[in-house]
Design a protein around this ligand. Structure first.
Ligand SMILES: [Fe+2]
Ligand SMILES: [Fe+2]
Length: 290
């Protein structure tokens, strides 16, 4: 009998949990009446996260004119949601360990994930999309199901990569054929378990089929950012980029229809994304303490 995706995830011993600080920061930042002091106090209790965030904020990545000395100042300057996302980024990037002998490199995984997150945020700003902060979070964790399969079901991952080699298909297609579901659904089950915002979990679930999501514009920006990042980065965790004809993709059509009135030059936008990818790589280096 084939397993459902929920059973597949439930059968994992030591399923990764989202560290408590990230959970609390999300809850505080997303509260109806968020309290900046409380959020800053919570972050400051963790000396290494505090030091890393301040280092990052004062690095060339943000190009601020003056030095930020404490978290409260950072929240005032960058906003609650930016600081929320920075904490989750720091925690996530350092939370997972590469299994010994793994053919897939976590450094590549985070380069890709942060690339997608940076592009998604950039597009959200350009499109004036209201839920930019959650879009960043969904993009950061959209492929986390791949890490779960790799770390907890390495034999499945070997079969998946073998099939990809034989059929020259994507990881998503190989997973669906072998498991009956993909890393997208695995990631959705995990992030629902972590009680991340529902919009984030839904977009993760449909990041390869954005037209099936209730909020298909949210999922379309994520899927489009994924395509753009795959096209710009050489190393993608387990997946090689196969040339995508954007015009044929539902995510492209959804974006063209939804944002047509804004007269956005998509071709030009794609060129601008290269700088964003470089910035994302710098963010990964900083977040990993490099
Ligand atoms: Fe994916
Ligand atoms: Fe991806």
């Amino acid at each position: 009998m084939t397993q459902t995706v929920s059973q597949y995830v439930a059968n994992i011993d030591n399923l990764p949990v989202l560290p408590e600080i990230a959970q609390k920061v999300i809850a505080l930042a997303d509260a109806d009446r968020p309290n900046i002091g409380e959020l800053a106090d919570l972050i400051q209790k963790d000396a290494s996260i505090t030091a890393n965030i301040l280092k990052l904020i004062n690095s060339g990545y943000y190009s601020l004119r003056r030095e930020i000395a404490d978290i409260r100042q950072a929240v005032v300057l960058l906003g609650l949601q930016q600081v929320r996302n920075l904490v989750v980024t720091m925690v996530s990037v350092n939370h997972f360990e590469e299994p010994p002998g793994s053919p897939l490199r976590l450094a590549d995984f985070w380069d890709h994930s942060l690339g997608v997150a940076t592009i998604a945020q950039c597009l959200a700003n350009r499109f004036k999309f209201a839920d930019a902060a959650n879009l960043y979070l969904a993009a950061l964790l959209h492929d986390i199901g791949k890490v779960i399969i790799q770390c907890h079901y390495p034999d499945d991952m070997s079969r998946i990569t073998d099939l990809m080699g034989q059929k020259h298909c994507s990881m998503y297609e190989a997973e669906t054929q072998i498991l009956g579901f993909s890393h997208a659904e695995v990631g959705a089950v995990l992030t629902r378990n972590w009680q991340l915002p529902p919009a984030v979990c839904e977009a993760i679930e449909f990041h390869h089929q954005c037209h099936k999501a209730d909020d298909h514009v949210f999922a379309a920006i994520l899927q489009f950012s994924d395509f753009v990042t795959k096209g710009r980065l050489q190393a993608v965790y387990g997946d090689q980029f196969t040339d995508v004809v954007f015009d044929d993709e539902p995510c492209w059509k959804i974006l063209m229809q939804t944002f047509a009135a804004q007269n956005i030059d998509f071709e030009r936008l794609l060129l601008e994304m290269d700088d964003e990818i470089e910035k994302a790589r710098e963010l990964v280096r900083q977040a990993r303490g490099g």
